[in-house]
Design a binder for this molecule. Structure first.
Ligand code: SF4
Ligand code: SF4
Length: 208
C-alpha cells in the first residue's frame, strides 16, 4: 500500500514568484563569490603533513638510529653497518606484516668477513594499499612513508622502488623534513593562509 505524505500547499505568492527558487539562488550566489578553501591542483600545491603516507623510503645510517634497539638488531642479524647506507637488518618483518607480501623482494648477502648486508629490496607500488603495516613492523625505524604522492607514470617499471631509490628518497626526505617535529600538521604558510584566513575553525597545531 502506498502511503501518501501530506505536503503543505504552495501559497499563491509562492506559485507566482517562485519564492523557493529565489531562496535557493540566493544561497548559490552567496557562495559563488566566497573565497574558496580548496586548492587548484596541479597549479597550486600544498605540502602534505610530515606523517603523510606516500611513497616509501629507507632511513640511512646517520647516527640518529634508535639506540640501543638498533645495535641489538644489528647484532642479532650479524649486519655490517655502513654510514649513508640503508638501516635495514634484513629481518623480513615488513614483508610478513604486509597483506600483499609478494610485493616485496628482499635478499641479504654475506660479506667476506661473515657479516650480512641487504642486497635486494624491491617494492612493487602497484600492489601496495598504503596501509602502513610494514612501517609499524620495522624494528629499526628503517622503512617509512614520505610526503611523495605525485607518482603517476606511463610505465610499470616506475612503480618498482629499488634499494637505491629507497635510500635516495630517504636521504632527500631526511634533509628536507627530518628536523620537523613529528606531528600530523606542519607549519605550512600556504596551508595556514588557505585554511585559517578563511575562518575554517580547526584546532591549530602545537607551536604554530
Ligand atoms: S603499506 Fe601495506 S600494502 Fe603497502 S607494502 Fe606496506 S604493508 Fe604492504
Ligand atoms: S622490517 Fe625493516 S629492517 Fe626488517 S627487512 Fe623490513 S625494512 Fe629491513
Amino acid at each position: 500500500m502506498i502511503k501518501k505524505v501530506a505536503t503543505k500547499p504552495l501559497s499563491w505568492l509562492e506559485r507566482i514568484f517562485f519564492i523557493d527558487f529565489v531562496r535557493g539562488l540566493k544561497i548559490t550566489l552567496k557562495n559563488a563569490f566566497r573565497k574558496t578553501i580548496t586548492t587548484h591542483y596541479p597549479y597550486e600545491k600544498i605540502t602534505p603533513p610530515k606523517r603523510f603516507r606516500g611513497f616509501f623510503a629507507h632511513k640511512v645510517v646517520d647516527g640518529t638510529e634508535p639506540q640501543p634497539a638498533f645495535q641489538e638488531w644489528v647484532n642479532r642479524y650479524n649486519i655490517q653497518v655502513e654510514y649513508g647506507k640503508s638501516r635495514c637488518v634484513v629481518c623480513l618483518r615488513c614483508k610478513r606484516a604486509c597483506p600483499v607480501p609478494q610485493l616485496f623482494e628482499i635478499e641479504g648477502k654475506k660479506l667476506p668477513n661473515g657479516k650480512r648486508v641487504v642486497s635486494v629490496f624491491n617494492m612493487n607500488m602497484l600492489l601496495c594499499t598504503y596501509c602502513g603495516f610494514c612501517v609499524d613492523a620495522c624494528p629499526v625505524d628503517c622503512l617509512y612513508q614520505t610526503d611523495i604522492h605525485e607518482t603517476a607514470s606511463y610505465t610499470r617499471k616506475d612503480f618498482i622502488l629499488t634499494l637505491e631509490i629507497l635510500e635516495q628518497i630517504g636521504k632527500d626526505w631526511q634533509m628536507r623534513r627530518g628536523n620537523e617535529p613529528d606531528r600530523i600538521w606542519i607549519d605550512d604558510e600556504q596551508r595556514m593562509k588557505l585554511w585559517y584566513e578563511n575562518d575554517v575553525k580547526l584546532p591549530k597545531p602545537e607551536g604554530v
